[in-house]
Ligand binder design. Sequence first.
Ligand SMILES: *Cc1c(COP(=O)(O)O)cnc(C)c1O
Length: 379
Amino acid sequence: MVDLKGQYNDIKDVVNPSIQEVIETTAFINGPKVHQFQKNLETYLDVKHVIPCANGTDALQIAMMGLGLKPGDEVITADFTFAATVEVIALLQLTPVLVDVNKDDFNINIEAIKKAITPKTKAIVPVHLFGQCANMEAIMDIAKAHNLFVIEDNAQAIGANYTYKNGKKVKAGTIGHVGATSFFPSKNLGCYGDGGAIFTNDDNLAHTIRGIVNHGMYERYHHDVVGVNSRLDSIQAAVLDAKLPHLDTYNKSRRNAARKYNLAFKGIENVITPKTVNGCDGICDTCDCHVFHQYTLKLKDVNRDALVKHLNEQGIPCGVYYPIPLHNQKAYADSRYNEADFPVTNQLVKEVISLPMHTELDDEQIEFITSTIIKFING
Ligand SMILES: *Cc1c(COP(=O)(O)O)cnc(C)c1O
């Protein structure tokens, strides 16, 4: 699904000495590389504060802690996403409220959010699934009207732009009150281990969060709030700082691969290619609105299990993200949920399949993957 080795070979000459420098200076924790990466990411995202942390799940949890959410507060998020999003809501004893998504962009559905709001609702967590933003303009309007916080789960969309109706462009993850991202190796900006970060333009919130990531300390050995220990280590920061200047190029390679996949599947009725909904109708490089963390098809009248088996036999990796709606997962099932409220997610989990997507995909690989699928479908 991903080719991390090819990407490493290209940046080896920068990454290796940078890691070596961390080792020679033994500044393993909170070293100058962490600060340098933080500053460079703030500039790239055009956001006032980046707070690095240990992974994307922590980033979400710390963001919610920083906002002062309390047990029993309801937090609305998407039913069709990776479990980390709902996991931290539950861990903090907040009440997750799962809602349905859109069939075209797989992102949280605006009408479903509106329907789910109660007097206990305190926050909305849109997940920018597979690399493009949820409808943030509508979400921010709802949040303003109901006095809610918006926490963007940007683990899959770093580098994506969001375009407002008036044409203004901003980076994904910097629109809500706070954004959270992951630098897991297979993410669009991945390190060589675990890593994550929190973004915000709010000075007070940034200050609160800087303490929370460091055991609730604002002054050494004075613990003002209950915190956690969540740090990005200096070696990971060195890797990320070497990769950040290439992020736009990486995302462009992904878009190129997506465009080629789309072209190859043109006219194949059983295959619905992914739709780009913010800013442009197709996959264009000027608007940068989709960074294709995953390239996900919807299959119509195709035996997905048989296709997966066939692809694996041909040596083609593929994935089903995600096979079970969160509201049906044992850990998150709840009698409050009604199947009739999740028509889209319930359908998507049966239809989706994600194809190999990374920065090193070449034409020959794409042609082999697409022709294998088309031949299978045409019998
Ligand atoms: C990867 C991911 C996370 C969690 O990131 P980790 O760094 O693995 O903890 C959270 N949300 C989404 C949508 C993700 O894809």
